[in-house]
Design a protein around this ligand. Structure first.
Ligand SMILES: [Zn+2]
Length: 409
């Protein structure tokens, strides 16, 4: 901490101390000085300001250490709020959280479908205003709005969507347009990275754990957190595991390649294979449309967990491909923990966990050194929206982290 704070601005010091209080549970001023390396006078000044802003509260007295009992300080999560929005083709999810990442209110709405970016932004603004009114929170306590989007990220404030049929989104500056339309700062991030940040904050993963989150919505994405910080790569486009090639002669992928994980195992592929089995498609009542992939896939996955052998084989095949991809990622990054998150795991997540656990613990290069735990996220299908809200917390509480992303106003 002392090293981190060397050369830090007043704002960064302020945030770092607030984060130290948050992660400590309760803490005294003396312990804060010890842990941060700042002088007692500096700590007193920062604490005074945090108390005045309502961001922390005094909460009783600690154990006596050599005489006088010192006042304990505690983070006050309800002093500020964050909004997280996850947007994809099929659905939009909103969450309002406190500063601990606890959900206060949520809303589900339709996805972007074939709408133009401008139409979607107008709708988002309306839905967001309704949601904030419904929660009854003071607008001034809203720190910012985080947005999780699938697809390629552009530089600066623009976001590029990688959906080949939605080119209108490619050059559209979501962050700039949305922050102009609402009165709050906005931050945008890809959905897999959001899911990883959500696990770190709302899922309470310790900073010491290096872990990956595998996010499954329409496609697969990997989010990485190392040493309590997000790894973004050189252009925030890290983790495109969906385009890892698993079969050089495999089916064509929309990215231009062949045999990618996505082409072999994504929900659309599973639905396509089920559709090819006429009696099964009829039996399951599959709609087989581009917009029904999520519900069709959920139907197949649910039947698999109920023991239908045809559905079980389809899901297990998809899970085997994902397990192979995760094995390579584990070997590449020496991971000790992988979390499966997102709406794609709602019905049959356990089957994917089982396949990946078996494969990694059977073949991982470091299996004799340490196990690699694979588990389902506890955050549910709104993991990316929660992560987007956490992104706001991350930018407020840990601006000293090198890869932190600033809110745009
Ligand atoms: Zn591909």
């Amino acid at each position: 901490m002392a090293k981190i704070l060397k050369g830090a601005t007043a704002q960064e010091t302020h945030s770092a101390i607030l984060d130290l209080i948050r992660s400590s549970g309760t803490v005294t001023r003396v312990a804060l000085a010890d842990r941060s390396g700042l002088t007692g006078a500096s700590i007193s000044r920062v604490v005074k300001q945090l108390l005045a802003e309502g961001l922390i509260v005094e909460t009783g007295l600690g154990d006596p250490t050599g005489g006088k009992r010192a006042t304990l300080l505690q983070f006050n999560p309800r002093a500020r709020h964050a909004v997280g929005i996850s947007i994809d083709t099929l659905s939009t999810t909103y969450v309002v959280t406190d500063m601990n990442g606890r959900v206060i209110e949520q809303l589900a709405s339709k996805g972007i479908g074939r709408d133009t970016p401008a139409t979607v932004i107008t709708r988002l603004v309306g839905e967001l205003e309704d949601l904030i009114t419904r929660t009854g929170i003071e607008s001034a306590t809203l720190v910012g709005v985080g947005v999780a989007l699938a697809g390629r990220q552009g530089s600066g404030s623009s976001l590029l969507r990688a959906d080949r049929e939605r080119y209108a989104w490619e050059p559209f500056a979501v962050q700039g347009q949305l922050s102009q339309a609402i009165d709050h700062p906005v931050v945008v991030e890809n959905d897999s990275t959001c899911a990883a940040i959500g696990e770190f904050w709302a899922g309470r993963i310790p900073s010491a754990n290096d872990f990956a989150t595998l996010y499954l919505a329409a496609g697969f994405g990997l989010g990485l957190v190392t040493n309590g910080d997000v790894y973004r790569g050189s252009s925030s486009n890290v983790g495109e595991i969906g385009h890892m090639v698993l079969d050089v002669g495999g089916p064509e992928c929309w990215c231009g390649g062949n045999g990618c994980l996505e082409a072999l195992a994504a929900p659309a592929r599973v639905v396509e294979l089920a559709q090819a089995d006429g009696p099964l498609a009829t039996d399951l009542g599959l709609r087989g449309k581009r917009t029904s992939v999520r519900t069709d896939f959920a139907r197949i996955a649910r039947r698999a967990t109920e023991g239908d052998p045809r559905c079980l084989e389809l899901i297990q095949q998809s899970a085997r491909y994902l397990a192979k991809a995760l094995l390579s990622i584990t070997n590449l990054l020496d991971l000790s923990q992988i979390i499966l998150a997102g709406p794609g795991f709602s019905e049959a997540g356990d089957l994917y966990v089982q396949a990946a656990t078996e494969e990694i613990n059977r073949l991982s290069f470091v299996r004799a050194i340490h196990p690699t735990r694979v588990e389902l996220s506890k955050l549910g299908p709104s993991a990316a929206a929660l992560g987007a809200a956490s992104l706001v917390l991350h930018s407020q509480l840990t601006p000293h982290q090198t890869s932190n992303r600033a809110l745009a106003t």
